[in-house]
Design a protein around this ligand. Structure first.
Ligand code: IPD
Ligand code: CA
Ligand code: CA
Length: 261
């Protein structure tokens, strides 16, 4: 394993321990609203501090881009961190959330970890080195037809004007596939596409920390990832489609045919 990925795994496991211990005493967790349907808790913050401490101990000159504490430092090496992806699920004891850590070098994501502390599933990827789940090699599904696909999505619930246009493509996917799931953790949705548990995934309005690790995971497992629209820079765009190669173009065409603006 690449030494930087190894450190990221250590950081993700530390955060995972903090999160899973806190699950046992959810009634003591302190929660604040950051915006409509957007929460942060002391557990998000504690997990993030543990990750940053672990990373900076090994690489004090690297830059941090973390969801809760923002940007620290300037470097060609940037750690992109979502300490708890799926906070709403966590706060409801709905067991679908993860720690997501990616390392971008000169703007390209090179290493990725997504850790589900409930199932003890560790997804890792290195650019050019493939993707693994608990050290077993991952491949995306062999799905050939959208009609046989199981998809996942996230709802654009924080920007209400997006909901009605979003529902147009959502309806098309309901008619055209075997099913659509909305589990509430973008990083795990992407990890599941990489693992072949899902055939495709799309969502609008995400941040770099939601998708940086998962996008590399899907690509390294043989899948395709892109933006929905003209902008090419995925981490800045935040509107993502990811899928097995045979259904990717059709999924993207359906999404482009029902633009949100
Ligand atoms: C959220 C989750 C969710 C997605 C939201 C994200 P958070 O992340 O990934 O699945 O639909 O858009 O913001 O806020 O729990 O880290
Ligand atoms: Ca997130
Ligand atoms: Ca988060």
């Amino acid at each position: 394993m690449h030494p930087m990925l190894n450190i990221a795994v250590r950081a993700a496991r530390r955060a995972g321990t903090i999160i899973s211990r806190s699950m046992a005493r959810l009634d003591t967790v302190q929660v604040e609203a950051k915006g409509p349907r957007d929460y942060v808790s002391n557990v998000d913050r504690e997990a993030e501090s543990a990750i940053i401490e672990t990373l900076l101990k090994a690489y004090p000159d690297h830059q941090i881009m973390a969801e809760e504490s923002g940007n620290v430092g300037t470097s060609a090496f940037v750690w992109i961190i979502d300490p708890l992806d799926g906070t709403t699920n966590f706060l409801h004891a709905y067991p679908q959330f993860a720690v997501s850590i990616a390392l971008a070098v000169k703007g390209t994501v090179e290493q990725a970890v997504i850790y589900d502390p409930i199932r003890d599933e560790l997804f890792t990827a290195s650019r050019g080195g493939g993707a693994q789940l608990n050290e077993r090699r991952l491949r995306v599904s062999k799905c050939r037809l959208l009609d046989n696909a199981l998809l996942a999505t996230g709802f654009p619930i924080r920007d209400e004007k997006m909901i009605d246009p979003y529902l147009k493509s959502f309806a098309t996917f309901l008619h055209r596939t075997d099913g659509v799931r909305r589990a509430g953790s973008a990083s795990l949705d992407l990890a599941y596409v990489a693992a072949g548990r899902l055939d495709g995934y799309w969502e609008y309005g995400l941040h770099a920390w939601d998708i940086a690790a998962g996008a590399l995971m899907v690509q390294e497992a043989g899948g395709l990832v892109g933006t929905i629209g003209e902008r090419e820079e995925l981490l800045k765009d935040g509107n993502i489609v990811a899928a097995s190669p045979k259904i990717y173009d059709e999924m993207r065409a359906i999404l482009l045919a029902a633009p949100l603006q």
